[in-house]
Ligand binder design. Structure first.
Ligand code: PLP
Length: 396
């Protein structure tokens, strides 16, 4: 190995020592409650497939039909020759679903933040951002060149302090928060943040990647949950979690969305999402608008699993959503726990999460509940978690 990269060896060794080196598993089947992972059929608690749409027959048929009509790739960025009728249709449907004027469909939720944030603020502006916001928000803030002021997690008083200390010095201000925080499953105090921003004339933005399809009426998201429909200036979302497909969305007033269409670099300089993905997303919106059964089943499963885990003595944190963090503490123990789950018979697929994704000493195993889990799946999960939890002393 070249001496140029000796530093990688050293850093990699340090990651291993701290129990922080990620083993990336390879999936050998479609996304569902049971999957083939590294060649073994296991019960899946890892994916963000909240409603089981990732392998849904209606979505698959929509994608298949779209390939027949549109082919496989648009071969252009949206602003040149990549805006298909399907994209516009999806944008109209997503805007209607969320009760806002317009929406912009981009390549991913990650891209949505890169697209939206630098379009709204720049040099001379200020962003107020929750300490635990998602990496794509952090990167979007950096890209914008605006001053970034971090407030303590979900702490409205601290946010107000930050606003008062900084607001006068800058041209425009933007507040950004995750809706649902993906590592803890807690939710932002959106109503109080909104009221605060209204008072100070601050642009509001929420990233609802884990709230869409989950919270609100029929899965309309966290803004709907707080009955703030149409009031948040920008709602960021993803089509790759509950919606089961691929892509991101920026929703808001027609003024704001039209501006972002002119300015957003991922929209202007990176090719459009395929027709197949777009058509599958449209089928997902159809399903969500047709009924609330999947969302209800997701919540039923969530309540059942969480009660079971609490009953067994596990600390499952402050989650109020289907995200269920099983607190372990030590990163190496969390890795070992996850491996023991995987190696049990049958195996359970649940990822350990350590620093820097969560703070040092707060390692956990994150269980993602889905509407597609059966009662037997959940019982099996509870059984095996309890058995291993006892054997390693995480529970009594
Ligand atoms: C997952 C997630 C994203 C990224 O969405 P992708 O569509 O996977 O790129 C962005 N923001 C938040 C808050 C997320 O949880």
């Amino acid at each position: 190995m070249s001496e140029k990269f000796e530093w990688i060896n050293e850093e990699m060794e340090a990651l291993k020592q701290q129990g922080l080196k990620t083993h990336i598993r390879t999936i050998g089947s479609a996304c569902g409650p049971w999957m083939v992972v590294d060649g073994k059929k296991v019960l899946n608690f890892c994916t963000n497939n909240y409603l089981g749409l990732a392998n849904h027959p209606r979505l698959k048929e929509a994608a298949r039909a779209a390939v027949q009509i549109w082919g496989v790739g648009p071969a252009a960025v949206r602003s040149i020759a990549g805006t298909l009728e399907l994209h516009r249709l999806l944008e109209e449907r997503l805007a209607a679903f969320k009760g806002v004027e317009d929406a912009l469909y981009v390549q991913s939720g990650f891209c949505a933040n890169q697209a939206a944030i630098p379009s709204m603020v720049g040099k001379g502006d200020v962003i107020f951002t929750d300490r635990l916001n998602h990496a794509s928000i952090i990167d979007g803030c950096r890209l914008s060149s605006a001053r970034v002021v971090v407030y303590e997690h979900c702490d409205v008083e601290d946010c107000e302090r930050a606003i008062k200390e900084n607001l006068g010095e800058y041209r425009r201000a933007l507040l950004i928060t995750d809706g649902v925080f993906s590592m803890d499953g807690d939710i932002a105090p959106l109503d109080r943040l909104f009221e605060l921003c209204e008072r100070h004339g601050i642009i509001t933005m929420v990233d609802d990647a884990h709230g869409e399809g989950v919270l609100g009426r029929g899965g309309r998201g966290i803004v709907d949950h707080f009955q703030l429909n149409g009031k948040f200036d920008l709602e960021i979302g993803t089509l790759s979690k509950a919606f089961g497909v691929m892509g991101g969305v920026i929703a808001g007033s027609s003024t704001v969305i039209e501006w972002i269409r002119q300015k957003a670099r991922p929209f202007l300089f990176s090719s459009a999402v395929t027709a197949a993905d777009t058509a599958a997303c449209l089928a997902a919106v159809d399903l969500l608008e047709e009924g609330t059964e999947l969302v209800e089943r997701l919540w039923e499963n969530t309540r059942y699993f969480k009660e079971g885990m609490r009953g067994a003595g596990f600390d499952i944190g402050a989650s109020v959503t289907p995200i269920t963090p099983v607190m372990i503490g030590d990163a190496t123990l969390a890795q070992n726990f996850s491996r023991m789950l995987f190696d049990s018979d049958p195996g359970i697929f649940a990822m350990p999460i350590g620093y820097p994704t969560v703070p040092q000493g707060k390692a956990r195993i994150r269980v993602m509940i889905s509407a597609s889990h059966s009662r037997e799946d959940l019982d099996l999960g509870l059984d095996i978690f309890t058995r291993i939890g006892k054997s390693v002393g995480v529970i009594g």
